[in-house]
Design a protein around this ligand. Structure first.
Ligand code: AMP
Ligand code: ZN
Length: 663
């Protein structure tokens, strides 16, 4: 046997042993023998660098260092999941699903693993890329680190497709987590808080050899790609298992929501026997064709639903209620608690939401309260232990004046929150608005952080975000902890923000209810701040996904003289207040005024591309057929009930080709 053959033989053997140990949990050789084989391979590879292969098992030990993780776009967006908490929620979801698809609906039930989500791309059976979820549109390329996770196959087996993505969760099993913490404490270091954060933190370590030491596992559950050889989610799981992935055995095919609930009830109790953390069940419409029909909302698939297990609860003493003022002036009461451990973290504070909530639960300072950790990061108080209440305790008097600027608070009909109306003079509002403007998803100003903003405001150097553009290094240097270099960086960062595209500037303006997605929609539709400022309430609500509340808020924002002046100043400073030529170049008005519904499977373009084409050419996409619909673009196997509905309403049904012909 020559060196190349020997190398290949060793690689195959080691792969098989890795698989048996980490995927099947069923080792067939001792750790010692494994190491002997690995060392032999390492020696041969060192002697014959010409046979190097990035997917050799020797690369699992890590050693490569990544300084900055490259940001890469996801070919398929990584969505979030909608949550449900009761049988009724699930039944409501089923009703919505059955309205949109034809035929029987079956469900795959899986556990919801609590780790860091991950998308792996395989080409010709080898791992080429591993990317974190990031914001769903783009994530960090962590391939080097992921390669050290032993249950991630570097080379697949069987009849895998030429190219596909597989998604799942990187988790840190309890046992490994505890071991890491024992070592840390022994070394005089702070223990890690919980397995999930430790898992996602591990992926961003610069030294892959450090990652290799951590007992991470990768559980996979979702295939993505074009023309995959599968028709159902359950089949995806089976195929992926055959190709060598670690796909959790815990999954069930359910024919009804009642069967889904059996799975939920069983695992609500038995999940504590699993080696890693889970926080619910994910229910997915099994048929992939039906999934296509259902599609996505702005945030999550319509074909899946997370069912959250009842959260853990603890009781502790509420020491004091304090009040926070947000950037919009909204007041949030905060419970300051006697520190208590809950689901692996120490909790000191909890949100009390608003005055109604405090009144409804009759929460008082000094009470013993029940704290629960739901889906949100901030825990919430769900009730009071009245048996423990001090007979002298006082009913909570909600504040009537702003704790920061003493302005009397206002509360409008229908608003749950109190507001401080002193927009121009209330420090946390002034600071908060600028902090929002410079934040990562808005103007992402390098060299400027939230604390510096506060410092600049309290020193009277800036009062609103337009003032940032007048700052000079000379003004900044005298400030505390501001070196010459940082002052220059700050000014350069502000300068560079002039190139940030309009949609992000619009988000940065901080118009109430205009989040990232809404800002994108509005920018795309109105194309410039002037057109948006001139839009009436009616024009605004006619835009897809813009409701009354957003429309009202936008109109109100642009009636303020102060806002108008600030925007004029931003314009003078060269900030992007309209879509760039490049963004406009791909857009036409060809389909203006027409509402489309898209249904079925297409050949020349994907469904997502088709929807984008409609929007880029001025049309609107709607998810359900109504009398307002102008066209249904029908692909293969469009659902018969949709067809009947379209025909009944006299809506024109056109083919993919006919649609493309319209452009
Ligand atoms: P959330 O971030 O709470 O909206 O939940 C969505 C996330 O749940 C996904 O991005 C996945 O990372 C995670 N997840 C865990 N287990 C599953 C599963 N079996 N199927 C789909 N998503 C899952
Ligand atoms: Zn105030």
């Amino acid at each position: 046997m020559n060196a190349e053959e020997k190398i290949n033989q060793l690689r195959t053997q080691l792969r098989e042993h890795n698989y048996n140990y980490y995927v099947e949990d069923n080792p067939t050789i001792s750790d010692y023998d494994f190491d002997v084989l690995l060392k032999e391979l390492q020696a041969l590879e060192a002697a014959h660098p010409e046979f190097d292969n990035p997917n050799s098992p020797t690369h699992r030990v890590g050693g490569q260092v990544t300084k900055n993780f490259e940001t890469v776009p996801h070919e398929f967006r990584m969505y979030s999941l909608d949550n449900s908490y009761s049988k009724e929620d699930l039944e409501d979801w089923e009703k919505r699903v059955k309205k949109m698809v034809d035929g029987d609906v079956h469900y795959t039930c899986e556990l919801k693993y609590d780790g860091a989500s991950m998308s792996l791309t395989y080409e010709n059976g080898t791992l080429v890329r591993a990317v974190t979820r990031g914001d769903g549109f783009q994530g960090d390329n962590v391939t080097t680190n992921v390669k050290t996770i032993k249950s991630v196959p570097l080379q697949l087996k069987g009849d895998y497709p030429a190219k596909f993505e597989i998604r799942g969760e990187i988790v840190l099993p309890f046992e490994g987590f505890t071991k890491m913490n024992i070592e840390r404490v022994a070394n005089g270091e702070e223990p890690y808080r919980n397995p999930r954060n430790t898992a996602s933190g591990s992926l961003k370590l610069q030294d892959s050899a450090e990652v290799a030491k951590r007992p991470l596992a990768c559980l996979l559950y979702n295939l993505k790609g074009n023309n995959l050889p599968v028709a159902t989610q359950f089949e995806c799981l089976e195929k992926a298992r055959h190709w060598g992935f670690k796909v959790p055995e815990v999954a069930k095919l359910a024919k009804s929501i009642d069967e889904v609930l059996e799975f939920v009830n069983y695992w609500d109790v038995h999940r504590h026997e699993l080696p890693y953390e889970t926080d619910g069940v994910v229910v997915k419409v099994n048929n992939l064709q039906q999934q296509e029909e259902l599609g996505y909302t702005a945030k999550a698939p319509r074909w899946a639903m997370a069912y959250k297990f009842k959260a853990e609860q603890v009781s502790t003493k509420l020491e004091q209620i304090t009040y926070q003022v947000g950037r919009t002036g909204a007041i949030t009461p905060v419970a300051n608690l006697q520190p208590v451990e809950l689901a692996g973290t120490i909790v000191k504070r909890a949100s009390l939401h608003n005055a109604d909530q405090i009144e409804k639960l009759d929460i008082r300072e000094g009470d013993t309260v029940y704290v629960e950790k739901g889906g949100e990061i901030i825990p919430k108080i769900i009730g009071v232990d009245f048996a423990e209440r001090d007979p002298n305790s006082q009913l909570t008097q909600y504040i009537t004046e702003c704790p920061e600027c003493n302005t009397p608070l206002t509360r409008t009909e229908g608003d749950a929150k109190h507001f401080c109306p002193n927009e121009e003079g209330c420090p946390p509002q002034i600071i908060g608005r600028i902090q929002h403007y410079i934040s990562r998803k808005a103007m992402d100003i390098e060299g400027l952080g939230g604390e510096t903003v506060a410092l600049l405001v309290t020193n009277g150097l800036i009062h609103n975000y337009a003032d940032l553009y007048t700052l000079t290094a000379e003004q900044l240097i005298p400030l505390e902890r501001m070196a010459e270099k940082s002052a220059e960086n700050l000014v350069a960062g502000v300068e560079a923000s002039r190139n940030i595209p309009f949609e992000r500037v619009l988000f940065g303006l901080g118009i109430r209810y205009v989040g990232e997605t809404v800002a994108k929609k509005l920018a795309k539709h109105f194309k410039s701040i002037d057109a948006l400022a001139a839009a009436s309430f009616e024009e605004l609500i006619s835009v897809d996904e813009i409701g009354d509340r957003i429309a009202e808020s936008v109109v109100e924002f642009f009636t303020s003289e102060e806002h108008k002046e600030t925007i004029n100043r931003l314009k003078e400073y060269g900030v992007q207040l309209k879509l760039s030529e490049a963004a406009l170049a791909n857009q036409t008005d060809t389909l203006a005024g027409n509402i489309f519904v898209v249904s079925g499977v297409f050949h020349k373009v994907t469904r997502t591309e088709l929807k984008k084409l409609i929007e880029d050419n001025g049309g609107k996409v709607s998810s359900s057929i109504s009398s307002k619909t102008n066209y249904v673009v029908a692909g293969d196997s469009m659902g018969p009930s949709k067809r009947t509905k379209a025909e009944g309403l006299g809506v024109e049904i056109i083919s993919e080709d006919a649609f493309l012909g319209m452009l």
